[in-house]
Design a protein around this ligand. Structure first.
Ligand code: PGA
Length: 247
């Protein structure tokens, strides 16, 4: 059976000093974990955290990647640069990138392609806003977001990780119920099945206020293959409880 993946998304948090304490505590506490573990860190800390996770059960992730290969794109970080730090995963299309940085479905799809070409697994985030959910458009929205990535990446689609993150649940303390989340995950699985014979291999993570108290129930759903964890990934004890709930 495939192992679940628990990925922390630190967002714009951390410092050289606090990173040492957090990663050391995670490495010690997760030594016998059953699931796969990753931390997606701010770009300036990739080198530091690469050293901190070396020889541990924790893999390194980034939070974004440029849609361009190289060149005059001030402030951007390319996939090949991420790869130099043994980056295994890269978040792509997080709702905060879509919302605050105008990332379209097409841009997100190309970013996923850049990551794959560099040997990095993109964690492609999809999710509806509250207004979209209330208008009954959840399925339509997540399918449109994933369709763009499938269209651009063709048969490589079985190499991605998907994260379903309802925007209204991110950082709000409101979680989708396990049943609500499972329903959307099943829709995404069916969409992947139509695109690849290896859809069962694709991990579909849930994200949005996953915490130590609700993780076990969410992670027990049939099509929930792990979690993308923001706030709770900054506290070692909470993140370790989530890791312990995963299989
Ligand atoms: P949260 O964030 O766990 O703090 O809701 C999740 C995310 O944005 O990936």
């Amino acid at each position: 059976m495939k192992k679940q993946l628990i990925a922390g998304n630190w967002k714009m948090n951390g410092s050289s000093q606090s990173n040492v304490a957090l990663v050391s505590a995670l490495a010690a506490g997760a030594a016998n974990a059953q699931c796969q573990i990753a931390v997606c860190v701010p770009a300036p800390y990739l080198g530091q955290v690469q050293s901190l996770v070396a020889g541990t059960r924790i893999d390194l992730g980034a939070q974004d990647v440029s849609q361009h290969e190289s060149g005059a794109f001030t402030g951007e970080v390319s996939a090949t640069m991420l790869r130099e730090f043994s980056t295994r995963y890269c978040l792509v299309g997080h709702s905060e990138r879509r919302q605050y940085h105008g990332e379209t479905d097409a841009v997100v799809a190309v970013k996923a392609q850049r990551a794959l070409a560099a040997g990095i697994t993109p964690i492609v985030c999809v999710g509806e806003t509250l207004a979209e959910r209330e208008a009954g458009r959840t399925e339509e929205v997540v399918k449109r977001q994933l369709a763009a990535v499938i269209h651009t990446n063709g048969h490589c689609i079985s190499e991605i990780v998907v994260a379903y993150e309802p925007v209204w649940a991110i950082g709000t303390g409101k979680t989708a119920s396990p049943e609500e989340a499972q329903q959307v995950h099943a829709v995404l699985r069916a969409q992947l099945q139509a695109a690849t014979a290896h859809a069962d291999r694709v991990l579909i993570l849930y994200g949005g206020s996953m915490n130590a108290a609700n993780a076990a129930q969410l992670l027990s759903q049939q099509d929930i293959d792990g979690g993308l964890v923001g706030g709770a990934s900054l506290k070692a004890a909470d993140f370790l409880t989530i890791i312990a709930a995963a299989r």
